[in-house]
Ligand binder design. Structure first.
Ligand code: SF4
Ligand code: SF4
Length: 456
């Protein structure tokens, strides 16, 4: 029997093809996870698939179940694998139960058959794209180090042609983080998407060069810098809050708005007080505490030997989830925006606070600035929503209130707090200018595939 009361619903990211991928994006932390399964073919068998779907259903006390596929690259399994998954959902469905099938893909292998299947089965597809070609191709390359932008856009247009529901996922790295408006406008105006997710790249460097375990407090050059990420979010927010509220949905802003309104859940695990309800399952049935902790120390067990529900409710997983709250340093406990941040994801908590306490989030400086910047507009938004007015009314009010910003920016000195309210230094926030050397570096970027993983 489970040791703790199991949650009514969970979210599991399934990796039917393990870490294998047809691309070799230079920042992909997951490619190294191949090392966990030497000599594996990295294909989920029929037996594991049915077992997984059945246990996932049995682990829910709600009528809605999300079946989420990810990788590596999940389309490597072929469309028939997912047809079977649908059959197993029907076979084990409880009365009144509905399924939401989702898939995160690089989009390069999509064709009409895939898109027809997605449409028929109401899939929600997440497409990974890092911006316009010069930004996307800098890191998202195939195994021959060739950019993948054209192929991704081809897949994306196919999804649109078949009217498949989709969103875009942008990984924010040290290169594209300097182009927030360009990326946002590209997604909105050229791609034509309504839903955007921004995920920061924070890649720790291990002495062995691999990321099977996350260790140390040094990050790769590709990783976004904290103040850079904060500025990125702020600049996208500036445009969104003046032009696109109610039209374009940016996951980070939606989650923050929910926290400002004091709703039960932000909808993003990283901004929840505790975690532990978002797990990951490998191709062979191994269940891990989280997609970001697919490491031997966080292996809960295998669904062939133990029921998923039992592992979810285990002391180990409960502690994993509660540690997010219980391990916060005093600096976070005293923070005025903790209600919105909650110290973000534990995977990024590897720096020290100003007083030398360990466990502060690497991205703290950026998040703090972003949350301070949105405080006033989101207080207005909350007031509007509570009085039954549409969220989009906030745009005119904010535009009116922030009319003086231009003047204040013109007067601000580089080390002053930015007049936008972020409390970041002006030179790191609205006073920041893309350095010329960055432009030179951009021209010099040579796409490099992540080297193949050596399995000894
Ligand atoms: S460890 Fe991070 S990614 Fe995983 S559930 Fe917790 S907050 Fe989310
Ligand atoms: S903004 Fe920084 S100090 Fe505040 S809760 Fe987040 S990580 Fe902690």
């Amino acid at each position: 029997m489970p040791q703790n009361l199991p949650p009514p619903r969970i979210h599991v990211l399934a990796k039917p093809s393990g870490a294998t991928c047809n691309l070799a994006c230079s920042y992909c932390f997951f490619l190294d996870k191949e090392l966990l399964y030497p000599n594996s073919k990295f294909r989920m068998t029929d037996e594991v698939l049915e077992n997984y779907i059945r246990q996932l259903i049995e682990s829910h006390r709600t009528s809605e179940v999300t079946v989420a596929w990810q990788g590596g690259e999940p389309t490597l399994m072929g469309v028939d694998f997912y047809r079977k998954a649908i059959q197993y959902q029907e076979k084990h469905r409880k009365p009144g139960m509905t399924f939401e099938n989702t898939m995160q893909t690089n989009g390069t292998l999509l064709d009409d058959e895939w898109c027809e299947f997605f449409k028929e089965n109401d899939y929600l597809i997440g497409i990974s794209i890092d911006g316009p070609q010069h930004l996307h191709d800098a890191h998202r390359v195939d195994k021959g180090s060739q950019g993948t932008y054209d192929n991704v856009m081809r897949g994306l247009r196919l999804l649109q042609k078949h009217e498949v529901e989709y969103n875009v996922l942008v990984t924010v790295n040290s290169l594209n983080a300097d182009y927030p408006r360009e990326i946002y406008r590209f997604m909105r105006d050229e791609v034509g998407t309504k839903w955007i997710q921004f995920i920061p790249i924070v890649e720790r460097v291990n002495p062995d060069g691999y990321n099977v375990y996350q260790m140390g407090n040094t990050v790769t050059e590709r990783s976004v810098r904290p103040e850079q990420f904060g500025r990125f979010l702020i600049q996208v927010f500036d445009e969104w809050i003046r032009e696109d509220v109610g039209e374009i949905f940016v996951q980070t802003f939606e989650a923050a708005a929910r926290n400002w309104m004091g709703l039960d859940s932000s909808g993003m695990c990283v901004f929840e007080e505790t975690c532990g309800l978002g797990l990951a399952i490998e191709h062979n049935g191994d269940l891990y505490s989280c997609d970001h902790f697919v490491e031997p120390d966080y292996l809960l067990g295998n669904i062939k030997e133990e029921h998923m529900l039992q592992m979810v409710a285990s002391d180990e997983q409960t502690k994993f989830g509660q540690d997010k709250r219980d391990s916060l340093p005093q600096y976070c406990l005293d923070c005025d925006v903790r209600f919105a941040c909650h110290g973000e994801c534990p995977k990024n908590r590897f720096i020290e606070t100003p007083t030398g306490e360990p466990g502060l989030n690497y991205l703290c400086g950026g998040y703090k600035g972003f949350f301070h910047r949105i405080n006033e507009p989101f207080k207005i938004l909350t007031m509007l929503m509570r009085s039954g007015r549409p969220a989009s009314d906030v745009m005119a009010i904010v535009a009116d209130r922030e009319i003086h910003f231009k003047e204040s920016f013109a007067k601000a000195k580089v080390d002053d707090n930015c007049p936008c309210g972020s409390e970041m230094r002006f030179k790191d926030c609205h006073g920041w200018q893309r350095p010329k050397r960055r432009r030179r570096r951009r021209r010099a970027v040579t796409p490099q595939a992540r080297p193949p993983v050596r399995i000894s």
